[in-house]
Design a protein around this ligand. Structure first.
Ligand code: PLP
Length: 380
């Protein structure tokens, strides 16, 4: 079957390096190797790393360290991949076939739904709805429970959610796991933003899906909260037999993780370094969130502020004459007229919204907002 275009990735890869200000960024300002060295990474050690194929499911050292992030997990539960994108993709390949159904909580990154549809599955999108209070979202639980049925093979959630920043509570995660259990479905929980809950106290953990059911797969990577997307290193934690099957699939995709990324990942995911990297991300997002809140307040009602609790985005409705605007058209105009790239909500499964990346340097962020404001006032 033909794969649909992955609009979000296509737009970003076409334009993100060609605009003056990229507010479509989905993580925090990436670190450099020098930045990692300043945190204690042994840069000289890289000189002696053989540029070979490393163990194709990830080195035992890295898998063992990652297993420590998931209560009760061992290295048998871990597969290291080329970004979480590969983990998501091989998981869908292993689980989903033409007669199956996937229940996906939207908005989200859309990769899993598109890949499942490409394999001939039917995808049921269940919406997160904006709450009356500007910082809350809630799942349409009735629609969710109705959608999960005998044909459901997989439930997908991005948690914390890209792009709304919504964080499910432990009882809600249990409810999702229980719905899957009821019909023998799998849960794929994409947790790349788990370290990026803005107001988390140092050392405090965001609840994850791991351990809430037998058929639970948790996916993560260095790309978002760690600020290391170019390392292209991700992983999944799942039941050993399932992880084996995914490993067999990745023999067909990228074979093995990049040799240079293994030492970087071992450094970054070591608990103390992890905490320092997460705190760096949270600090940046809290700063830009405050700027964003003030700025939306000055837009004469064109943008209704919604407070993200997690992730690297402000995800807000754009209104034209009090009605949802055509955000993809606005994003296009903004890019052409002001050289700023934003993400239209449609590319994340929720039209009428714009996604502003909070992970950029505060000065560039403020400059980008200034240009958006010019387009809002003078464009059209
Ligand atoms: C929710 C989510 N999952 C997965 C990915 C893929 O990222 P990577 O392969 O760099 O881990 C992204 C990238 O934007 C994302 O936002």
């Amino acid at each position: 079957m033909e794969m649909e275009t992955f609009d979000l990735e296509r737009q970003q890869s076409l334009w993100e390096h060609r605009v003056d200000i990229n507010l479509s960024e989905s993580g925090v300002e990436p670190l450099t190797l020098a930045g990692l060295a300043a945190l204690g990474f042994d840069l000289d050690g890289l000189h002696s790393v053989p540029l070979e194929y490393i163990q194709s499911n990830g080195t035992p050292e890295l898998r063992s360290q990652l297993a420590g992030h998931y209560a009760g997990a061992t290295i048998e539960n871990l597969l290291v991949t080329t970004g979480s994108a590969e983990a998501n993709y091989v998981a869908v390949q292993v689980l989903v076939g033409p007669a199956d159904e996937v229940v996906a909580i939207v908005p989200n990154y859309l990769q899993v739904g598109l890949a499942a549809r490409g394999l001939g599955a039917m995808v049921r999108d269940i919406p997160l709805l904006p709450g009356a209070d500007e910082s809350t979202w809630s799942l349409d639980w009735d629609a969710f429970e109705d959608a999960v049925g005998e044909r459901t093979k997989l439930i997908y959630l991005s948690h914390p959610n890209n792009p709304t920043g919504h964080v499910f509570t432990p009882p809600e995660l249990d409810r999702i796991a229980a719905a899957a259990e009821r019909v023998g479905a799998w849960v794929l929980s994409d947790e790349v933003y788990r370290g990026a809950v803005h107001d988390l106290a140092p050392g405090e953990e965001t609840p994850g899906m791991w351990g809430r059911g037998e058929r639970v797969v948790a996916v993560s990577s260095l790309s978002k909260a760690y600020g290391l997307p170019g390392a292209r290193l991700g992983w999944m934690a799942g039941p050993p037999e399932f992880v084996e099957r995914c490993w067999a699939r990745r023999d067909f995709t990228t074979i093995a993780p990049a040799a240079l990324s293994d030492p970087i990942a071992r450094f970054a995911t070591e608990p103390l370094n992890q905490e320092r990297l997460f705190e760096r991300a949270r600090r940046m997002m809290r700063t830009n969130r405050a700027t964003f809140r003030d700025w939306t307040g000055r837009q004469d009602g064109a943008i209704a502020y919604r407070e993200p609790r997690a992730g690297a985005y402000g995800f807000v409705p754009l209104l034209e004459n009090g009605r949802p605007a055509d955000c993809a058209a606005f994003a296009e105009r903004l890019r052409l007229n002001r050289s700023v790239l934003l993400v239209a909500g449609r590319w994340a499964g929720m039209p009428g919204y714009l996604r502003f990346g909070l992970g950029v340097e505060p000065e560039a962020f403020a400059e980008g907002l200034g240009r958006v404001e010019l387009e809002l006032r003078n464009g059209g």
